[in-house]
Design a binder for this molecule. Structure first.
Ligand code: NAD
Length: 477
């Protein structure tokens, strides 16, 4: 049967996560006739723009972490403020509703932006047929059709990897998306993987009262992070009550009698652990399965990432891939957003490349971890001459007033040129403080520039100023 043909677009974006929706909006702003196709459905079967990031990732996680922090703080920190409260309880159903309301609001905002920018939003599953054509199959099983465009942007994101031996049933052995939708606090919870997702989920459920054990295969904690900061994080999380078992590789997980038995190996042998729920947070993979028809000849690597050049161009002329689909940078939302804008501008004839070296990273735990640039261990391995300034958060009046004194700012600068090479923060609101560090490095600031910049007092950002001053005994004249 002949498939229905729709008038061609300048650009079709496949996927409405942060990379895709940002790209579609920028394309439209630049005068391109744009369509965005997405097939996300929430648990009620309703379509929702925003992808994993909004619906089952970052935003959902942040919303729940805020609730968990309030609950934990009311139960543990009131006395020091001279405040008394009767027993504080948590209603997980209401907490989830608040989180869902936030998701709905933000998703609606994306839909409104699409409408304002006259972007054609198509709720369907898309398949790349060739460099100009996409097949769309609506979720309601109405007949599929084909749409065409001069440019196609692939932005379908990623999903959790399966762990052989730990079959997800989303009742007892659950994935990271389901872990943001539980209806009760598990008494004893194990998490496979002490990566970013594992730690963020642990921060939520342990604060709500779950005894939480993280099983991490690597011996080194947070190996991508500056190791001085990682050691501090390990100490703080452990003191908060998280049980972090490093060098512990999970080999199987079986459910029975409403419990999960997790088997793992470490240097001392094989161990078994019985828990009420097990979260698998052992990494993510790009969503490229069935993304392109075999005849399209889209080039993927052996792990399913789309092969792209430094301009996010795939092997097919006019077809780009952005966000979690490529190995151009880590799987973080703002990398995808920047690539979305970059590709839209390229299509419109502009060229504003991304500085991947200055991509900030954030771990949304409490305290938060945030960094930009290089770690001390990487710089030492390269033999760079460096100098380091460290300033503890507890030395700032603001941290004392907040009662959140854990953490530090660490600045690494070139020993001879004084150029900023890496800024690493652990502490409350590190995610906000890192913006100043990124800006300074984007403008090639020296540590002296930071030290000479006037910071409002008393603020947490004074710790950045303090670390920059710690690098200097005398300013050059
Ligand atoms: P990850 O790779 O950061 O961590 C997964 C961890 O699981 C690894 O440390 C790995 O050693 C461990 N692991 C794997 N198999 C194991 C096993 N059998 N037993 C024990 N441990 C095992 O992956 P993630 O935390 O799932 O996150 C996926 C991606 O999403 C990452 O790139 C992450 O940066 C990104 N992300 C970023 C943010 C953020 O920016 N705040 C938030 C969420 C996710």
């Amino acid at each position: 049967m002949q498939k229905k043909q729709i008038q061609p677009f300048d650009v079709i974006v496949i996927g409405a996560g942060p990379a895709g929706y940002s790209s579609a909006i920028r394309c439209a702003q630049l005068g391109l006739k744009t369509a965005c196709i997405d097939n996300w459905h929430n648990e009620k079967g309703r379509s929702s723009l925003g992808g994993t990031y909004l619906n089952a990732g970052c935003v959902a996680s942040l919303a729940l972490l805020e609730s968990a922090k309030i609950y934990h703080s009311l139960n543990h920190n009131l006395k020091q403020h001279g405040i008394q409260a009767d027993a504080v309880t948590a209603d997980i159903t209401l907490m989830m509703q608040r989180k869902n309301n936030i998701i709905e609001t933000l998703s609606r905002q994306i839909a409104d932006l699409f409408a304002q920018h006259k972007i054609t939003c198509i709720q369907a599953k898309a398949k790349l047929l060739n460099e100009r054509r996409v097949e769309i199959t609506p979720a309601d099983r109405s007949p599929s059709s084909i749409i065409g465009a001069k440019h196609i942007i692939l932005a379908t994101g990623s999903s959790p990897v399966d762990l052989p031996g730990a079959q997800i049933d989303n009742a007892f052995i659950i994935d990271s998306g389901m872990a943001l939708n539980l209806d009760a606090v598990p008494k004893r919870l194990a998490i496979i993987g002490a990566g970013v997702i594992g730690l963020e989920l642990a921060g939520i459920w342990s604060r709500l009262g779950a005894e939480t054990i993280l099983l991490e295969a690597q011996e080194t904690f947070l190996s991508m992070t500056d190791q001085q900061i990682a050691r501090e994080a390990y100490r703080i999380y452990t003191e908060q009550g998280l049980e972090l078992r490093l060098g512990a590789r999970v080999i199987s997980a079986k459910k029975g009698n409403k419990k999960v038995t997790v088997e793992y190996q470490d240097s001392e042998g094989t161990h078994a652990l019985r828990v009420d729920k097990l979260i698998v947070a052992s990494g993510r993979k790009p969503n490229t399965e069935n993304l392109a028809a075999a005849e399209a000849d889209l080039l993927l690597d052996e792990n399913g990432y789309v092969y792209v050049d430094e301009n996010c161009r795939s092997n097919l002329p006019g077809v780009y891939a952005i966000g979690d689909l490529t190995l151009l940078g880590p799987m973080i939302a703002h990398k995808g957003i920047e690539e979305g804008l970059f590709v839209a501008e390229q299509i419109a004839g502009l060229h504003n490349p991304i500085n991947y070296d200055l991509l900030p990273s954030v771990v949304f735990t409490e305290p938060e971890i945030a960094w930009v640039g290089q770690t001390e261990q990487a710089l030492r391995a390269m033999g760079e001459p460096i100098k380091i300034g460290v300033y503890p958060l507890k030395a700032t009046a603001r941290a004392q007033a907040l009662g959140q004194t854990e953490g530090m700012v660490k600045i690494i600068a070139h020993a001879e040129t004084d150029a900023l090479l890496g800024i690493h923060i652990i502490g409350t609101q590190a995610s906000e403080m890192i913006a100043e560090a990124v800006l300074a490095m984007e403008f090639s600031a020296s540590s002296e520039d930071l030290a000479r910049t006037i910071h409002a007092h008393p603020t947490l950002a004074k710790a950045l100023h303090g670390a920059a001053l710690a690098l200097k005994t005398r300013f050059s004249t």
